[in-house]
Design a protein. Structure first.
Length: 114
């Protein structure tokens, strides 16, 4: 079953925003990880992942997000999430992602608190 998933990026002074659209699972998570690593290789060590258009994240998607967090931490960077559904936010907190990446209600508060 093919899954529609889009990733859009926007770079600002000192950080980059990644907007996702679709179900975050193994194959789509790999695309997200590649995008994040490309941005980090371009010098953006602070990333904001906007999940406003992502309603589902499976366990493999979460493990890929953990890999992104670890990669950023190894390189002195930071990850911020915004626009999480209540279920995704609870899941991130239960799985420990919130201990290593900040969660914000919206993109404005995420970018203000970088």
């Amino acid at each position: 079953m093919a899954t529609s998933f889009n990733v859009n990026t926007r770079t600002e002074d000192g950080y980059a925003v990644i907007e996702t659209d679709g179900y975050l699972n193994g194959p789509t998570g790999e695309r997200l990880a590649e995008t994040a690593k490309d941005l980090m290789n371009q010098g953006y060590s602070t990333l904001v992942i906007n999940l406003e258009k992502t309603r589902l994240v499976n366990s493999i998607g979460i493990s890929i997000l953990i890999e992104i967090i670890e990669f950023l931490q190894e390189h002195g960077g930071a990850l911020h999430f915004c626009h999480l559904t209540p279920v995704i936010e609870r899941t991130f907190k239960m799985m420990g992602l919130a201990q290593h990446a900040e969660i914000h209600p919206d993109e404005a508060s995420a970018t203000t608190n970088l």
